[in-house]
Design a protein around this ligand. Structure first.
Ligand SMILES: Nc1ncnc2c1ncn2[C@@H]1O[C@H](COP(=O)(O)OP(=O)(O)OP(=O)(O)O)[C@@H](O)[C@H]1O
Ligand SMILES: [Mg+2]
Length: 379
């Protein structure tokens, strides 16, 4: 069997799915695969085909959402010469080409209603007619379909036939989103890293422990595809160097921004989610920067005028005041490190009326170190 059609994953959800897929593979039952975008619907469909008695025959994927509705029917069932303008010769459709094999109807929810009637017939009787033909052709094709749309809702809205919906639902395999199979994230990342290292000839130094944590916490709105693409762009753009949380966050933010520019109604919800997560990550970065600036500012105030923590009132700016300098730069202490330490301890001691426990807590050092420093600096 071609190993690239394996469904990788050790999480209980994927293990159960693999077992179910193996069971249904040995039958000819129509299978509907559901799951969010990028979760591996096509991978699962190929896995079913590869584990069936049809493995040596064709597997034909058809994206029902990408083929214009006027053409889809003749693509699926073929047409006779002269069936419509431009049909200069007869042509076989996918159901004839896939005979004895498997046809994968991706995005089945996008199929126009007229074509749905013909699909129902071929599922029920194994027969169909080419467009413009009167004779019936028998086919022995296994149908696996997939959707990331809520078909039940499509039925309620009158966009999907109820009878076809029930036929499709005889066996439904639901792929859990990647965020619900935490155990698989690192396994998949490693798998993709090895593949891309070989493909691009770049050695990857790996993720830092903090970046690994972030990989596990991130909700992956684009699922396995997002992880795969992220790993590839990290490897290429960062030339394989160790990935820190900063690098990882930067790439996640950029990807979410890029995705939000591509408008695809079927994926709009996931893109929106991705954009929100991207913004949250960015917000977190900005807050960390502000916190750092404030800390520097407070420290410098504490050093320059102990124990006053607030800036002294300033004279009103002259008319030709230059633009304010970068706060962080202006606050940069120019004193020797030891002197900074001494002044900082003195100021904090004064602030807490000589209370050593509170001073040690405020400076985030232990009390014993504080006693040693007091002695050392003769405070
Ligand atoms: N379990 C898995 N093991 C290995 N690779 C996987 C797995 N699941 C998904 N992938 C990879 O992730 C990518 C997306 O998978 P796939 O095309 O099957 O998703 P999909 O659910 O069909 O997405 P869409 O809804 O957008 O069509 C592919 O590159 C595929 O190889
Ligand atoms: Mg797909």
């Amino acid at each position: 069997m071609n190993r690239s059609f394996d469904i990788l994953g050790r999480s209980p959800g994927i293990q159960r799915l693999r077992e179910l897929a193996q069971k249904v593979a040995s039958t000819d039952v129509t299978v509907l695969i559901t799951g969010e975008t990028g979760s591996g619907k096509e991978v699962l469909a190929r896995f079913i085909h590869e584990h069936s008695r049809r493995a040596s025959k064709s597997f034909i994927p058809v994206n029902c959402g990408a083929i214009p509705s006027g053409i889809l029917e003749s693509e699926l069932f073929g047409h006779e010469k002269g069936a419509f303008t431009g049909a200069i010769q007869a042509r076989k459709g996918y159901f004839e080409s896939a005979d004895k094999g498997t046809i994968f109807l991706d995005e089945i929810g996008e199929t126009p209603l007229e074509t749905q009637v013909k699909l129902l017939r071929v599922i029920e009787t194994g027969e169909f007619q080419r467009v413009g033909a009167s004779e019936t052709i028998a086919t022995d094709t296994r149908i696996v379909a997939a959707t990331n749309r809520n078909l039940h809702q499509a039925v309620a809205e009158g966009n999907f036939r109820e009878d076809l919906y029930y036929r499709m639902h005889s066996v439904e395999l639901q792929i859990p989103p990647l965020r619900e199979r935490g155990g698989d994230i690192l396994l998949l990342a490693e798998h993709f890293i090895h593949g891309f290292e070989r493909k691009h000839g770049i050695a990857f130094e790996g993720f830092s422990p903090e970046a690994t944590e972030l990989l596990l916490r991130y909700p992956w709105p684009g699922n396995v595809r997002e992880l795969r693409n992220l790993v590839e762009s990290l490897l290429i753009l960062e030339r394989g160097k160790e990935v820190t949380p900063d690098i990882l966050e930067r790439h996640l933010v950029q990807r979410s921004r890029h995705k939000s520019l591509v408008h695809d109604p079927a994926k709009a919800e996931n893109n929106e989610l991705s954009l929100i997560y991207g913004s949250l990550i960015q917000l977190r970065q900005e807050m960390a920067e502000i916190r750092q600036m404030l800390q520097q500012l407070l420290l410098s105030n504490r050093l320059q005028s102990p124990p006053l923590l607030l800036p002294e009132p300033q004279a009103p700016p002259a008319e030709s005041t230059p633009p304010p300098a970068d706060i962080a730069k202006a606050a940069e202490p120019t004193l020797p490190l030891e002197e900074i330490e001494r002044r900082s301890i003195a100021a904090t001691l004064q602030k807490f009326g000589g209370n050593k426990r509170k001073t040690a807590q405020a400076l985030d050092i232990n009390e014993r170190t504080l006693y040693r420093k007091i002695k050392e600096f003769g405070l």
